[in-house]
Ligand binder design. Structure first.
Ligand code: C2E
Ligand code: MG
Ligand code: MG
Ligand code: MG
Length: 289
């Protein structure tokens, strides 16, 4: 194949050297991709992913209301890989259900362990579209809950807003069933998708999580106006609001001033391991102001 590429490169003349080197780079990149995919597939199969936890804080009381489970992958070859990279790969490879299963097992195991230590904690988990739409998802979820001594009321299901629009009616069926079973439903990364007011009103949604990208623009007048508009809309629809990506005390107090009760971000705590999170839950979150 390399020979025929070279031949082709030669035959097209002038830019052949550039062309040839592009092809070589592309091939190297796709070889690297394939190798990465194989390592991810192996990591999922052998349960090598780790679940970290980030607290969501009631800004008025300082109490942790939920912890969000966020998956981490340490790849032996390249180190920590961002979920924004490996989650889409797992989705493309058809491995997201298996990944989701591992995440639920680990996360529920942690909740169960905390309970044995006398700590009752609600948890939010991220669920991707392929997972939500798979026919066995709901029953697997419930089976795993029961085997860990947990109830739907202990769990929030986060789905990203981009998901919220596509296959709207199919999604409604799944979300309604989960909501009726007692799970709370959160729309994640709210503001980055295209949900309409009427869809939001019809959907069995309890919580809007305002995306990091809005939080990071709160230093501008326009950014503040957009967040205010989203908050007012959520309040009008009687939806709870969580603002993600809170990094500074000024951001936290501005949002509290708007009536936002739940905040999440590095200002309070980054995602941390189960044992670090246990310590934090027992000792309470202290923020330096
Ligand atoms: P997400 O659910 O919207 O999670 C919030 C992301 O913001 C997390 O990124 C978190 O580490 C990050 N974050 C938290 N506080 C701050 C802050 O103060 N500033 C900034 N700039 N960022 C902050 P992470 O952990 O890299 O996860 C990225 C995304 O990957 C998640 O976004 C979620 O959509 C997806 N994801 C993670 N774990 C899972 C999983 O188990 N299943 C599925 N389906 N998706 C997952
Ligand atoms: Mg989330
Ligand atoms: Mg988000
Ligand atoms: Mg996100």
């Amino acid at each position: 194949a390399a020979d025929s590429t070279m031949f082709y490169a030669k035959s097209i003349g002038r830019n052949n050297v550039q062309f040839y080197s592009d092809v070589v780079h592309l091939r190297a990149a796709s070889r690297e991709q394939v190798a990465l995919q194989a390592r991810l597939s192996n990591a999922i199969e052998h349960d090598k992913l780790e679940v970290y936890f980030q607290p969501i804080i009631n800004a008025q009381t300082g109490q942790v209301t939920e912890v969000e489970a966020l998956t981490r992958w340490h790849d032996g070859q390249t180190g920590w890989i961002n979920p924004q990279v490996f989650i889409p790969i797992a989705e493309r490879l058809g491995l997201i259900r298996e990944l989701g299963e591992q995440v639920m097992k680990q996360a529920f195991g942690v909740l169960q362990q905390w309970r044995r230590l006398g700590l009752h904690q609600r948890m939010a988990i991220n669920v991707s579209r392929a997972q939500l739409f798979s026919p066995e998802f709901s029953s697997r979820l419930q089976t795993l809950l029961i085997s860990h001594g947990l109830k739907p009321q202990d769990i929030e299901i986060e789905i990203t807003e981009s998901v919220a629009l596509t296959d709207y009616s199919q999604q409604m069926v799944h979300l309604k069933a989960l909501s009726q079973a007692g799970f709370k439903i959160a729309i994640d990364d709210f503001g980055t998708g295209y949900s309409s007011l009427s869809q939001l009103h019809e959907m069995p949604v309890d919580i809007l999580k305002i995306d990091n990208s809005f939080t990071s623009r709160l230093h501008t007048e326009e950014g503040r106006r957009i967040v205010l508009a989203i908050v007012q809309m959520a309040q009008a629809l009687c939806l709870e609001i969580v603002v993600e990506g809170v990094e500074k005390s000024t951001t936290a107090s501005f949002l509290q001033g708007l009536g936002v009760k739940k905040l999440q971000g590095h200002y309070f705590s980054p995602p941390i391991s189960a044992s670090e999170c246990y310590t934090l839950l027992v000792n309470g979150v202290s923020v330096s102001s």
